[in-house]
Design a protein around this ligand. Structure first.
Ligand code: ADP
Length: 320
């Protein structure tokens, strides 16, 4: 039926059929037995558009039997004709489907029809931390502690238990579920190492968040690039814009390589926050703090919210 099938499924092959009734659109996940399309496994009602990515459109999907809601990433096969794009998607699926953590977007299933590849994901209805920072200007240290602890826990799991480097950690990939918990998503640039010692050489990432050793590209890079991006994320939550941001990519790269950034004094950040930013954004990957060192930094000794309400999406919580 499809030359992609073996890549997206392990034992069982699934396809989908689309139908529409009374203006409602449905996506059906179907079994394939010996090359013949068989029974319907699950049927989703296609809902509103949640967002657009490089090639993908993401819609809200509702399982018509359980009423459980999901995010459905729909990738037109026409957009992944190029071998590099196809490989990127295959790698994203292979890595993401193995990850299971409270703070990583859950990969539910994946199937295809002649036109599209469908990836069914845990729904994060509250947008991303980037939307939140845009709306609010910046976050409080109190909230930043709450998000950072969740993110650090997820990265520790990826690195230690799965040997996965995300390589595109940024506020736009920190999605928020209905309880305002962070779920890391978008594994399109992730790499899985075969051993702790392997080094990666591909230049990738998002300009503002890219680590200096990727730009110099001499000895390859590893898990430390995610720690660097975590430092950029940390700074951006507290200050409201990324530390090395300029109007053009070249000057941003120059600043990253020379480690030029400043923290406006007017923001009144705590000395612990400023010290932690500096120790994470160390140009030498060997001297950069480890995940455990970040987590045990005195910055985290202060008050941490047990939960946030979605009110925090639009206005600063009053507490301290
Ligand atoms: P790409 O990898 O092509 O950039 P993303 O995975 O970043 O695509 O998704 C594109 C957009 O779709 C996101 O910016 C977001 O608005 C929305 N989106 C993605 N995943 C989810 C999800 N699990 N829940 C809710 N919205 C999502």
């Amino acid at each position: 039926y499809s030359k992609y099938a073996h890549l997206f499924q392990r034992e069982q092959q699934f396809v989908s059929t689309q139908s529409s009734q009374a203006k409602k659109q449905y996506i059906e996940e179907r079994k394939v037995v010996n090359g013949t399309i068989g029974e319907v496994i699950r049927k989703f009602e296609k809902g509103k558009l949640l967002g657009k990515g490089g090639f993908a459109k993401v819609f809200q999907l509702t399982d018509v039997h359980t009423h459980q809601r999901y995010a459905g990433k729909i990738i037109p096969k026409g957009a992944i004709r190029k071998e590099s794009a196809k490989q990127k998607l295959i790698s994203e699926i292979r890595i993401h489907r193995e990850l299971r953590h409270r703070h990583i977007v859950k990969f539910e299933s994946c199937f295809e029809d002649q036109e599209n590849v469908y990836i069914v994901l845990e729904l994060c209805p509250n947008g991303s931390v980037m939307d939140m920072v845009r709306k609010r200007g910046r976050l409080t240290e109190y909230e930043t502690r709450y998000f950072m602890i969740q993110v650090l826990d997820a990265i520790r799991y990826m690195h230690r238990e799965c040997l996965v480097i995300h390589r595109d950690l940024k506020l736009g990939n920190f999605f928020l579920d209905e309880n305002m918990e962070v779920k890391i998503g978008d594994f399109g640039l992730a790499a899985q190492l075969t051993s702790e010692k392997e080094r990666k050489r591909t230049i990738c990432g998002t300009p503002n968040y890219i680590a200096p050793e990727i730009l110099s590209g001499k000895e390859g890079h590893s898990f430390e690039v995610d720690i660097w991006s975590t430092g950029v994320v940390f700074y951006t939550m507290l200050v409201g814009k990324p530390p090395f941001e300029t109007s053009d990519v070249k000057s941003t790269y120059k600043r990253i390589k020379e480690n030029i950034y400043s923290i406006p004094e007017s923001l009144g950040l705590s000395s612990n926050a400023i010290e932690l930013i500096g120790s994470i954004l160390n140009s030498d990957p060997a001297k950069r703090l480890s995940l455990d060192e970040i987590r045990s930094h005195p910055f985290f000794d202060a008050k941490i919210p047990r939960a946030l309400t979605s009110h925090a999406l639009i206005s600063t919580p009053t507490f301290e």
